[in-house]
Design a protein around this ligand. Structure first.
Ligand code: FEO
Length: 394
């Protein structure tokens, strides 16, 4: 029994709650997720976005709580990724005469999913009257697909922002002022670092475009709706889009017999002694999406692995793959490569190459110790990291 939630006069939340969802393309979701869909009752009954295909029945049942789904005239698809567009086919079965509003880049994608339908492609500046309301469409390309757009209803002072300003969290409450703000802002930051990070310039443009709108509600396609804390989420997005590195370090390692772990701890202690905020992660027990969230604003990143099969240990390999795609693309980032080896420092060289490709400076030579770490080596490493921080602050 799925019910709709009224969020404004004649607007209902009819989304899907993914209470059990814990993982999507590299990102852990300890609080689950939501696919938000919104139903507007106007002369033309309009549904903004849908949900992942496996939850289509949930969205249709929530719609039916308010109105016969067959009465839907317009489906707005702000983004063709399947967590939002995956139920359009099911909705069209229930509402066969409905037209599908999409961006000009979204139309060919939806065509591959659903074939020939009555599509209305939109670009920035296009509008659609649905009765009392006129919906405005703004393309937000690469936030985070080429097809992304947002829909603004000036009548309701509401922006349907799709992925932008979203958070992976399932909640029984719909609004930002009904939940723990620190939790949803942390979820929004993790969402940004794991999904939008490669597109900070495009996201900054999107923030600029929506900032001038007359708004009192931002209704994203994931997580809670912003109404009391719009300035907080806007400030967070501006800070993340600026991507200015903080005086912080992240130390990530895989270890076989403990030598690389001891090096990691020595590096962490050196950062701490310099007053740098640092977090240390053992890849055997840590989550790549939590680490990358910390990496996003950290000036320093240290990655360590022993050489094994002429490469890094598999858990570090997983992190390197993720880091290659999501490393912040700004200058002034510093990398440290370290680890133990038996007869060849292949892992440390591989890590250094990943840092170089990501644009990180490597002011300190890779710290590779053969066979065994020693007290002298530990001192040398501690001093090298200390010098590196002192030099970076000059
Ligand atoms: Fe939430 Fe890009 O889909």
């Amino acid at each position: 029994m799925f019910k709709a939630t009224k969020i404004r006069e004649d607007i209902y939340w009819v989304g899907a709650l993914e209470w059990e969802e814990r993982y999507i393309h590299g990102i852990s979701m300890p609080y689950g997720s939501t696919n938000n869909a919104y139903l507007i009752l106007d002369e033309q009954v309009t549904l903004i976005d849908t949900c992942i295909g496996s939850h289509a029945h949930e969205v249709i049942e929530r719609i039916a709580d308010v109105i016969d789904p067959a009465k839907i005239d317009i489906i707005v698809s702000n983004h063709s990724e399947k967590d939002h567009a995956g139920s359009i086919g099911a909705i069209l079965e229930a509402a066969p005469h409905a037209k599908v509003v999409t961006s000009i880049k979204g139309e060919p994608i939806l065509r591959t999913y659903y074939g020939e339908r009555d599509y209305l492609p939109m670009k920035t500046g296009d509008t659609l009257s649905i009765g009392k309301r006129t919906l405005h469409f703004i393309q937000t390309p690469m936030v985070h697909w080429p097809d992304n757009m947002v829909t603004w209803s000036p009548f309701d002072k509401t922006l349907f922002s799709n992925d932008a300003f979203g958070q992976f969290i399932a909640t029984s409450k719909r609004f930002d002022d009904e939940v723990d703000l620190s939790v949803v802002l942390a979820c929004a930051k993790k969402y940004f670092a794991n999904i939008l990070a490669p597109y900070t310039k495009q996201t900054a443009k999107a923030v600029e475009a929506v900032e001038g709108l007359d708004l009192d509600t931002i209704a994203p396609a994931h997580g809670v709706i912003w109404r009391e804390h719009i300035s907080d989420i806007m400030s967070l997005y501006k800070e993340l889009c600026a991507c200015r590195p903080e005086d912080a370090a992240v130390v990530v390692y895989s270890s076989m017999y403990g030598s690389t772990e001891r090096m990691a701890t020595t590096i962490t202690e050196a950062f701490m002694a310099q007053g740098v905020a640092v977090r240390q992660y053992d890849m055997d027990i840590s989550d790549i999406s939590d680490i990358i969230t910390d990496v996003f604003l950290a000036k320093y990143v240290a990655l360590g692995s022993p050489t094994h099969n002429m490469t890094v240990l598999p858990p570090m390999g997983e992190f390197l793959t993720y880091f290659k795609g999501l490393a912040p693309k700004t200058k002034d980032r510093i990398g440290i490569s370290f680890g133990a080896y038996g007869w060849m420092d292949a892992a440390q060289k591989e890590i250094a190459a990943v840092f170089e490709k990501a644009g990180y400076a490597l002011p300190m030579a890779s710290f590779a110790e053969d066979w065994n770490d020693t007290a002298a080596g530990e001192r040398e490493l501690f001093d090298a990291v200390t010098s590196l921080v002192e030099e970076a602050r000059r």
